[in-house]
Design a protein around this ligand. Structure first.
Ligand SMILES: NC(=O)c1ccc[n+]([C@@H]2O[C@H](COP(=O)([O-])OP(=O)(O)OC[C@H]3O[C@@H](n4cnc5c(N)ncnc54)[C@H](OP(=O)(O)O)[C@@H]3O)[C@@H](O)[C@H]2O)c1
Length: 323
């Protein structure tokens, strides 16, 4: 079948490991289903897979079909979206705490192909009001944004959240979800275009990266890491919460414990979300009519253009591949 895959780990030049061609069709284990992919969206994680960056000590077994997220149809034509968190058969409860959790393209093949194969519970039927195009972006960046905002930040409607970054898949999701939830949404961006996009998506105020804020905020959500860390910590009000969801610019950061102690700050990580989070988010999006920001839609055959744009920092919102 047609597939977009990584041939090996290429830490410095990830596009050198990107191949577009043919791969064998996946087997369908008992209790799993085959999804015919119609839409699949790109995540920074796909660049990490090409670079060989993995949160799992076992590493990535190449060649590996890329892609975490997809929407498509089951054999009986039911439209579905893939919930990407998979794990141990006997795990019950919060999927993000399962020691064996993983997402497509880490141990099993990903979604950038004619077909992807997932446990039956991971294929969520789409409500009528949600298109497969919009559903295809929800699995990773949007799910993480939902959990960070609604389970981890401690925010109540009316309180102020600072989103670090504006153009990214997760940043746009945070701005759109935060606005719909009734938070006062502030966002930073390195560029004027990013700040304009943030405003268009519902941010109440925007700032340049690392610009001092007019007042401190109840919560900050940061997926940038090293480049924004100091600003994130210093922007928190007493008792505030910093939710770290990524480290695009680096994970090793300086930390002065005095600020944490004296101002009673909470710093927490957040990763992906539960199946219930995903279903609740789908309901929220279907009910509020949020249209996830999609910067580009292109045939999967042209995946290399999109990978290059993300590597060079030229994407905004989500990029969707169609089949
Ligand atoms: N915890 C989780 O479960 C989870 C899930 C999904 C993603 N992530 C992580 O979250 C991060 C963002 O993912 P994404 O898919 O949203 O990526 P993306 O679409 O490439 O977005 C990159 C974001 O980083 C900002 N940024 C600031 N400084 C940057 C720099 N020097 N280089 C590149 N970007 C910079 C950009 O903001 P401006 O352009 O507006 O400045 C933009 O908002 C990644 O590290 C990813 O691994 C974590």
């Amino acid at each position: 079948m047609f597939a977009v895959y990584a041939t090996h780990a290429a830490p410095e030049a990830p596009l050198a490991a990107l191949k577009i061609g043919e791969r064998p069709e996946p087997d369908v284990p008992d209790g799993w289903v085959r999804v015919k992919v119609t839409h699949a969206s790109l995540n920074r994680h796909d660049l990490f897979t090409l670079q060989g960056i993995s949160g799992h000590p076992e590493g990535i077994p190449y060649p590996m079909i890329l892609g975490n997220d997809a929407a498509g149809t089951l054999e009986d034509s039911t439209p579905v979206v893939v919930y990407p968190m998979m794990g141990s058969d006997d795990w019950r409860g919060d999927e993000t705490l399962d020691p064996g959790w993983h997402i497509p393209s880490e141990f099993i093949h990903g979604t950038f192909a004619d077909y992807t194969v997932v446990p039956r519970r991971n294929a969520i039927p789409l409500p009528e009001s949600l298109s497969p195009l919009h559903a295809s972006v929800l699995g990773t960046a949007w799910l993480t944004a939902y959990r960070a905002l609604f389970s981890k930040s401690g925010l109540r409607p009316g309180e102020t959240v600072l989103i670090q970054g504006a153009t990214g898949g997760m940043a746009t999701a945070l701005i759109q979800l935060g606005r719909a939830a009734g938070f006062e949404v502030w966002a930073t961006s390195r560029t004027e275009e990013g700040r304009t996009l943030a405003t268009a998506l519902g941010a109440h105020r925007t700032f340049s990266s690392n610009e001092p804020l007019p007042r401190k905020v109840r919560a900050v959500i940061d997926n940038i890491g090293l480049a924004s860390w100091t600003h994130s910590v210093s922007s928190l009000a007493r008792g505030g919460t910093l939710v770290m969801t990524g480290g695009t610019t680096g994970f090793d950061v300086p930390l002065n414990l005095l600020r944490l102690v004296a101002d009673q700050l909470t710093v927490t990580g957040s990763i992906m979300g539960t199946l219930d989070d995903m279903k609740r988010m789908i309901n929220l999006i279907a009910r509020t009519g949020i249209q996830p920001e999609i910067g580009a839609v292109l045939p999967m055959e042209r995946a290399e253009e999109a990978f290059r744009a993300m590597w060079e920092g030229r994407t905004h919102g989500k990029t969707v591949f169609t089949r």
